[in-house]
Design a protein. Sequence first.
Length: 129
Amino acid sequence: MHLYQRRPRPQAHTPQADFAQGTCYLVQQSALVFGRNRRTPSEWRVAISWARLGSRTYLFPATTKRHADFFCIPHGKCFLKRPHQDERDSYLCPRVEAVSQDALIELGILDHPTRLAIANWKRAQEGCS
């Protein structure tokens, strides 16, 4: 645990997988490190699951701001449980974060080709570091 926080430190080691689990979630911003430096904080953020181990889900946090090092997910790639008005693309941060299942709301799931593409992108990112 961080000294003054109630959540564990981000894990350096993330589970390996042939493809991303690909579940689309809304995550409480307070459960993430990514996005904490925003001027106007948001309560929730979209994230895509990489893997799940026990009660922890490993996620790629997403933003709607375009970034060259982030993986782009066009708005139509997630099969949503309920229709959503926001038709913006999402960009996945390459840093995976471990979050408790309690902090997540399931939105839908990505199509399989996108899940494979995320796994290839993650492998390429790890090869660069």
